[in-house]
Design a protein around this ligand. Structure first.
Ligand code: SAM
Length: 278
């Protein structure tokens, strides 16, 4: 099989070596070379599927030096696969600058989709999936981490983070401080022998993982903020009754609309009724 020239961004397994697509295996076999985050990691996948294609390192240590030659080879018509140690390249992994440079050079960039820890975690966690925000690794230092979480607190989506086991307890504590005691899931060792989805609130998970750091690789999912419960007719009446003691019907209705999120027109009608129709 021959491959069309271009840069192939190939997703590889995040644990279970069977989680690789036919397309990825074919491309890895037929490419002129495979760029690996770490050639020793990719050697395991290549050994499992008898892939003999030459492998070279492409990572944050050698990217500046290696990139010009890679782009020249692509411009000359090479078919090159980019892989990371696990999952989808560029997602908390090297490759962004290479893809950008390839596109800027007019080289075709072809995605070969497959596993990614964040999406894998989201798909089976039970957390809402309609809207989510992938936020990568939180900063390791406490001050920067606090500021980082603060910027996400109002986001009305499930938040998805990568985190290392030794930082998990501190990170969950800082999340609880920034987000309140929301529901959350610690998804660990996905697709591996000790795969686990641990669901709780941020405070209960903080207590558990601060006491003992877990082992393995982790994705943390935090549920979106919960909207304040809708005001009941009794809530509206008691608010209006208190407000009417010192306010006009119009002002009491406006205050109720602001405080309880009800319509001004409905609050006015109810306030008028409470005041005895005057
Ligand atoms: N590019 C990768 C992807 O698409 O999944 C992510 C690479 S990032 C450097 C590594 C982080 O991904 C780990 O620290 C962990 O947060 C998460 N991760 C990777 N494999 C995982 C697994 N099997 N189970 C849970 N989390 C995993």
């Amino acid at each position: 099989m021959t491959l069309e020239p271009g840069l192939y961004v190939a997703a590889t397994p995040i644990g279970n070596l069977k989680d690789v697509t036919y397309r990825v295996i074919e491309a890895l076999m037929a490419a002129d070379r495979i760029l690996c985050e770490d050639t020793r990691q990719t050697a395991k996948l290549c050994a499992a599927y008898a892939i003999k294609t030459p492998r070279a390192a492409y990572n944050e240590h050698n990217a500046d030096k290696a990139q010009p030659e890679i782009i020249r080879a692509l411009e000359a018509g090479a078919a090159i696969c980019l892989v990371s140690d696990a999952g989808t390249p560029l997602i908390s992994d090297p490759g962004y600058r290479l893809v950008r440079a390839a596109r800027d050079a007019g080289v075709k960039v072809i995605p070969l989709p497959g596993p990614s820890a964040a999406i894998t975690a989201l798909s089976a966690s039970g957390a809402p999936t309609e809207k989510f925000l992938f936020a990568g690794f939180p900063p390791p230092k406490a001050e920067a981490r606090r500021a980082f979480f603060k910027t996400l607190a109002a986001c009305e989506a499930t938040l998805v983070f990568h985190e290392g086991p030794s930082r998990l307890g501190d990170s969950l504590a800082a999340m609880a401080e920034a987000f309140g005691d929301r529901r959350a899931v610690v998804a660990r060792e996905l697709t591996k022998l000790h795969e686990e989805f641990d669901e709780g609130t941020l405070l209960s998970l903080t207590a558990k993982y601060s006491a003992a750091a877990p082992k393995g690789e982790i994705v943390v999912l935090v549920y979106p903020p919960v909207a304040a419960p809708e005001a009941t007719p009794a809530d509206i009446d008691s608010f209006l009754a208190a407000a009417l003691a010192s306010m006009s019907v119009k002002d009491a209705a406006a205050a109720a609309a602001d405080a309880l999120g009800v319509s001004k027109k409905d609050a006015y009608a109810r306030a008028l009724a409470l005041k005895g129709g005057k």
